[in-house]
Design a protein around this ligand. Structure first.
Ligand code: F3S
Length: 419
């Protein structure tokens, strides 16, 4: 791999041992994927340091103590506890104390410390052709497909990329990999974020690791629906970019014809229904929690929840969780949206989500954290991603429906299905 003089200096330890380690890891990554050289990145969305993973917070502390600093704008992915409002999720204080140590490490490294799967709603909005790195698959697909930035699905390497400002040029950093491989014809009328996660899930299951060109939607989805579409694809497949002509830079409406000679996939209403059915495995009257905000809710979604919950009361034996990031929660607080939401009995949770905090309580390997496995019967969700992760990671049955019907479910205590 061709390295710049600066890359070589970093490899030689000119900026200290911690940056040498970071560059060494990136060179190994590049060699594994036959990268010709490295690119400058403009943004990194990095690992938080998870209190539930043994030694993981300590790893971030060690990096910070050795002088690691972000050289580009950076944000942090989701963590295992809401560090402000942790009592709401019944997280043990010992877990939260450990999680807060990761926050301290991140603040000294210069990340925004926003602890979210939707840093774009917190102001991290990489623009067209910005090379970047991201640990979160939803951030990767949103950045590639909606913003036109360039990102692979990275793991811990995103931290090293953030430190050095460099990343090997392979995968979706190359023009030739940002062209469609499949044509998807949608013969359904999805509406709202739940439907779009389901549509994305159906597409991802077909194309697995590919770049689908999506046609037939008949309208421009709003930003929340676009976010949901990508998250769904990234969950059932390894999709890191989709192309929606007229939305995905630089593709215009005329580029629909690019798909004419590609393998074609038809997605009908019955395919969406099949995904909903697959994730309705729980007892319709035996649920504990209704969860909204996967991925973490935008300000627009918070407005929608406030309207749906205004003047309503969540049934006494049900919890309604709404997850969003800290920035959006503060915006919602400042604009009065939290009042009707919290007056209904719903909990607004940041920094984590049911997956991360229940998984922590189910699987924590460290007995000193005092983590008790939650006793959950069923979780009602409005996201195919959340449903899939609940099934696979915390082994709890789910009931998947739309946002509006999930709210009706929380208020009435009786599950209201999509159809
Ligand atoms: Fe975010 Fe948790 Fe969903 S990390 S995308 S809210 S499963």
């Amino acid at each position: 791999m061709r390295l710049s003089a600066r890359d070589k200096a970093l490899l030689d330890g000119a900026d200290g041992d911690v940056n040498r380690q970071a560059m060494d890891a990136l060179v190994q990554l590049g060699e594994a994927f036959d990268a010709e050289d490295m690119v400058d990145i403009g943004y990194a969305h990095v690992h938080a340091g998870m209190a539930m993973y043994l030694g993981d917070v300590e790893l971030m502390e060690e990096l910070a103590e050795r002088g690691a600093r972000m050289s580009v704008p950076a944000s942090t992915n989701i963590a295992n506890a809401d560090m402000e409002n942790w009592q709401a999720t019944k997280a043990p204080e010992s877990l939260v104390r450990l999680q807060k140590r990761a926050e301290t490490a991140h603040l000294s490294m210069g990340t925004g410390g926003c602890f979210t799967c939707t840093p774009y709603w917190a102001g991290h909005w990489p623009t067209w052709n910005t090379h970047m790195a991201s640990i979160e698959s939803g951030v990767t697909i949103f950045s590639n497909s909606i913003l036109g930035a360039r990102s692979n699905r990275d793991g811990f390497f995103a931290v090293y990329a953030g430190m050095t400002g460099r990343y090997p040029r392979f995968g979706l950093h190359l023009d030739e990999n940002r062209t469609p491989t499949h044509r998807v014809v949608v013969e359904a009328a999805p509406s709202g974020t739940a439907d779009f996660t389901v549509l994305g899930y159906a597409i991802g299951a077909h194309v697995t690791n590919a770049v689908p060109l999506v046609t037939g939607l008949g309208r421009r989805p709003n930003l929340d629906e676009l976010d949901a579409l990508g998250v769904g694809m990234a969950t059932s497949g390894g999709v890191a970019m989709f192309i929606l002509p007229g939305v995905t830079p630089p593709y215009t409406d005329k580029d629909e014809t690019l798909g004419d000679r590609l393998p074609s996939i038809l997605v009908r209403e019955r395919d969406l229904r099949a995904v909903y059915d697959d994730f309705c495995t729980g007892e319709e009257n035996g649920f504990d929690i209704v969860h909204l905000g996967c991925p973490h809710a935008s300000f627009e979604e918070m407005k929608h929840y406030a309207q749906l919950l205004d003047g309503k009361t969540v049934k006494s034996d049900v919890e309604l969780w709404i997850t969003t990031n800290r920035t959006v929660r503060q915006m919602a607080r400042d604009s009065g949206l939290l009042k009707p939401i919290q007056a209904s009995g719903a909990k607004v949770i940041s920094d984590t989500c049911p997956i991360s905090c229940h998984f922590a309580r189910t699987c924590s390997p460290d007995p000193s954290l005092g983590v008790e496995p939650p006793k959950l019967r069923t979780i009602v969700v409005d996201s195919a991603k959340q449903a899939r992760y609940i099934r696979d990671m915390i082994h709890c049955p789910t009931l998947l429906t739309t946002t509006e019907k999930a709210v009706e479910t929380a208020v009435s205590g009786t599950f209201v299905p999509r159809w």
